[in-house]
Design a protein around this ligand. Structure first.
Ligand code: MG
Length: 283
């Protein structure tokens, strides 16, 4: 090997070492990116869409305008013996918590109850587009409003403060029904329906409407139950967009017992198709 060849080989070796170092750096260095990969919640796209797309705002406005049209129709009908009421969830239904999700992403975390309660204590969540307009329409037409949420009792005063600061009607203790023992809202809905004719439900999660959508071992997938009850959507149930979290994630995990990696389960759940070979496409 002459000196020129030796120098060339040294350069190659140096390049190999540098490439190895660079690869090692890429593998080890971007800690935050690794955390995003590992937290399994894939929140970045969902939160960016919620916070920056016109589509998110438009979908919410569309839902509340549909609710308004439906309520305008209902109040022309003869009332039942009970007063009319509308039941709404809070998070991602009347209040936008996407800044909390953004904070969790940038902190490299997934959901954390303590961090969540620090956020709700700030009482600064903005109203979901269209919510206030609809709720004032309901109030002005003699329809009572109940906020049925799975926030904890410890969050009651901050939640009320947030709703009051943003001028939500009926933002008082009587109309704020929080979680006591169970996340299921069935019993809370039942108690309300003893006194009120609940004409519309609003939520970002199917369990805001009925427990029939909950997935338990062997039960029908929510998509099927939704399709079988299509007539309820837009007439009694008004759903808001929330790509950041929901019962669908826990249902997916239940459908894959023994699996713990959410990201892997989601990837495996993707429904793709076979791409025809090039030659087939060219024929
Ligand atoms: Mg919600």
């Amino acid at each position: 090997m002459n000196r020129q060849e030796e120098a060339f080989m040294k350069t190659i070796s140096m390049k190999k070492i540098m490439t190895f170092c660079a690869l090692a750096f890429i593998t080890a260095a971007p800690v935050s990116a690794q955390k995003f990969e590992n937290d399994g919640k894939d929140l970045i796209n969902a939160t960016a869409w919620t916070q920056t797309s016109g589509e998110w705002a438009a979908l919410n406005l569309q839902a509340y305008q549909l609710g308004k049209m439906r309520l305008a129709q209902i109040i022309t009908q003869e009332p039942l013996t009970k007063p009319r009421a509308v039941v709404l969830d809070i998070d991602e239904t009347v209040l936008d918590n996407s800044p909390y999700e953004a904070h969790e992403i940038l902190s490299g975390r997934s959901f954390d109850q303590n961090e969540w309660e620090k956020w709700t204590a700030l009482a600064i969540a903005e109203p979901i587009p269209g919510a206030l307009d609809f709720l004032n329409f309901a109030k002005n037409n003699g329809v009572e409003i109940f906020y049925v949420s799975n926030r904890n009792e410890s969050e009651r005063s901050a939640t009320l403060r947030n709703l009051q600061n943003k001028h939500f009607p009926f933002a008082d203790n009587e109309h704020l029904i929080l979680k006591t023992t169970t996340s299921s809202k069935k019993e809370r809905r039942r108690q309300l329906s003893e006194k009120y004719d609940i004409v519309l439900f609003f939520g970002d999660n199917l369990s805001d409407f009925s427990d029939m959508f909950y997935y338990e071992n062997g039960s029908k997938p929510a998509v099927q139950v939704v399709k079988e009850n299509a007539y309820l959507f837009g007439s009694k149930f008004i759903i808001l967009p929330n790509p950041m979290y929901g019962d669908w994630e826990s249902a997916l995990m239940k459908q894959n017992p023994g699996k713990t990696n959410r990201r892997e389960v989601k990837i495996r759940s993707l429904n793709s198709y076979s791409v025809p070979k090039k030659s087939v496409l060219l024929n």
